[in-house]
Ligand binder design. Structure first.
Ligand code: ASP
Ligand code: MG
Length: 246
């Protein structure tokens, strides 16, 4: 078994997602592959922004929700055959309705607690992983979607929860040891508490999700795919002169 993680910029557009498919198809020849994905690039920031606006009772949050909806429906239209789109669209719309209700809750109360924020920001990964899994199925990859909240258990330090490794490792060993699909697509970043509330592992937490799965499943390899090649002297988005270290 191998774990492959793709960050937000690697899944930021349908074209990028097509490249991810190429990599996953090759990797899954002869072994099981766990694919961990981030939210489509920029979506987590949008979700945080929408929550803050809703909590400040600013109706502008509805605009952001619309942007998020267009982004995901656009990806479905671009990646999935027309004849198979309607089932995927209706699942995504159902999820978006719940997201809308959560934001409306923050708007009505005029407050967004860390617990509610974790529920809201997790939608980025939930939607991206579901759409990518459906796209893989559309491309005849033997793929299944698995919600990480069913595998990774944490305490209730909302915003940056700590993993309960005893519970998590048992759940992961049982699941990855018996699942028969070649590719398992999972959302990074999100988890759940023992009593079933959504939690998150902190911003940028998808790498951690991938490491948790790799360790718990005894995977031979963990690959973190990113949009810079190799190790840079600094973050090239900030430092223009950054170069790769040989
Ligand atoms: N989507 C989350 C974030 O933007 C987690 C991640 O991408 O690793 O922080
Ligand atoms: Mg990252």
């Amino acid at each position: 078994m191998k774990v492959l993680k793709f960050g937000g910029s690697s899944v930021a557009s349908p074209d990028r997602i097509r490249k991810v498919k190429e990599i996953v198809s090759k990797a899954s020849q002869g072994q099981k592959v766990v694919v961990v994905v981030s939210a489509f690039g920029g979506v987590t920031d949008l979700l945080v922004k929408a929550s803050l606006l809703a909590a400040a009772q600013d109706e502008e949050y509805k605009e952001i929700l619309l942007q998020i909806e267009e982004r995901h429906l656009g990806a479905i239209e671009s990646l999935i055959d027309i004849s198979k789109q309607s089932a995927v669209i209706s699942t995504v719309k159902r999820e978006l309705n719940v997201l809308e209700a959560l934001l409306e809750g923050a708007y009505l109360i005029g407050e967004s607690t860390p617990k509610l924020l974790d529920k809201i920001v997790g939608y980025g990964e939930l939607l991206s992983s579901y759409i990518i899994s459906e796209y893989f199925i559309n491309e005849n990859i033997d793929s299944v979607h698995k919600d990480s909240r069913q595998l990774i258990k944490t305490d209730t330090c909302f915003g940056k929860s700590h993993v309960d490794f005893k519970a998590t490792n048992t759940l992961c060993e049982n699941y990855f040891g018996t699942v028969s699909y070649s590719v398992i697509v999972t959302p990074g970043f999100i988890a759940s508490s023992i009593d079933g509330n959504s939690t998150t592992l902190g911003r940028g937490g998808s790498d951690y999700t991938a490491a948790i799965y790799a360790a718990a499943s005894g995977a031979k390899k963990l690959e973190i795919w990113t949009d810079v090649s190799g190790m840079f002297t600094a973050n090239p988005k900030i430092v223009k002169q950054a170069f790769t270290i040989p």
